[in-house]
Design a binder for this molecule. Structure first.
Ligand SMILES: [Zn+2]
Length: 333
């Protein structure tokens, strides 16, 4: 009697495991499934629901989605997506099951959705004043490359950017307009006190490995519910002042990033997410540029030369103007 019950139990168990889907995958409504303990969205289903045409390359594990407005590229097992040719980092890798790719719900909400459905300013609000925070200054030289100090080149770019933003009809607030130390937490406060609608933080990278790393990184504050791109233990507990502008932040960073890449021929290291103090404490939409590597010969030419700086500032202005048009759309000029 006892062994018959055990046999039935074993049979039931065998039936259950055969009927159950793959161990950690459970399909939910509308292309959602639980994979690895996280809710994911099936991108092919998402594409169909959002008016995109999908092209899947099984060998490369790449899914291309296109519609009238955007070209998106997703690659299995990477944490990046391409949007109109510019890279944007995700918090979690894109997962493949058979011929399907899945994006985490967290990334769909924090990154994909706001970039494809950008915010709009309240009626009558404008992007009129831009604060520029030239990285480092005074006793803080920033990165050093031979006798070159980052603080010198962030200031030079800030002053050229001021000239070109003003030429484009925008008001400019300089967090520092000379070689002077300004604490990180003071920077967003200065921008706020002087009525800035945006904050742009300018920095340049350097790699201890010398010439090996190059290219542009544009940061926005890590959106609520997402994780930072290079998490160096700068964990937050809970949301920050800057998270009020998650949707604006990612659009601003993306548009500046794309514009600079398009005009300066820098390697694309992607739009990234971080909790750098300058942008974490910002009370207005903010973007933080690591505008190339002082330690790389090609990047350095653009960073150190007058001609490079003029083109650089022009590309940032175009990005700011693209953002301004985007969030002011539908309002009288
Ligand atoms: Zn810096």
């Amino acid at each position: 009697m006892k062994s018959a019950r055990i046999l039935m139990l074993l049979l039931a168990l065998a039936w259950w495991s055969a009927a159950a889907p793959a161990p950690s995958t459970r399909t939910q409504r509308s292309g959602k499934s639980l994979i690895g303990g996280r809710i994911h969205t099936d991108l092919t289903a998402w594409a169909a629901a959002n008016g995109f045409t999908a092209r899947w390359n099984p060998r490369a594990g790449e899914l291309r989605l296109t519609n009238r407005w955007a070209k998106l590229l997703f690659k299995a097992d990477t944490k990046r997506i391409g949007i109109d040719g510019a890279n944007v980092w995700l918090s979690y890798p894109l997962l493949r099951t058979g011929d399907r790719l899945h994006i985490s719900q967290a990334d769909e909400d924090a990154i994909l959705h706001p970039l494809l459905n950008p915010p709009r300013l309240a009626k009558g609000d404008k992007v009129a004043t831009v604060a520029i925070s030239a990285g480092h200054g005074g006793k803080d030289p920033g990165n050093l490359e031979g006798n070159r100090q980052e603080k010198v080149f962030t200031l030079a770019l800030a002053l050229e950017l001021e000239r070109q933003l003003q030429h484009a009809g925008l008001r400019v607030v300089q967090v520092r307009d000379r070689d002077k130390f300004v604490a990180l937490e003071e920077r967003p406060a200065i921008a706020r006190a002087r009525g800035a609608d945006l904050l742009l933080c300018l920095h340049f990278n350097a790699s201890p490995g010398g010439d090996d790393a190059q290219g542009l990184e544009t940061y926005c504050l890590t959106p609520a519910g997402a994780s930072s791109t290079n998490d160096r233990g700068q964990h937050s507990g809970g949301p920050h002042p800057g998270n009020r502008h998650d949707r604006e932040n990612i659009n601003l960073a993306y548009l500046i990033h794309r514009s600079v890449l398009g005009q300066l021929d820098l390697e694309d290291r992607g739009v990234r997410h971080s909790r750098f103090k300058e942008i974490t404490l910002a009370t207005m939409p903010a973007a933080y540029l690591e505008g190339g590597f002082m330690s790389n010969r090609e990047d350095a030419r653009k960073i150190y030369s007058e001609a490079g700086r003029v083109r650089y500032a022009g590309a940032i202005v175009d990005g700011v103007l693209a953002y301004k048009r985007l969030v002011e759309r539908g309002q009288p000029e």
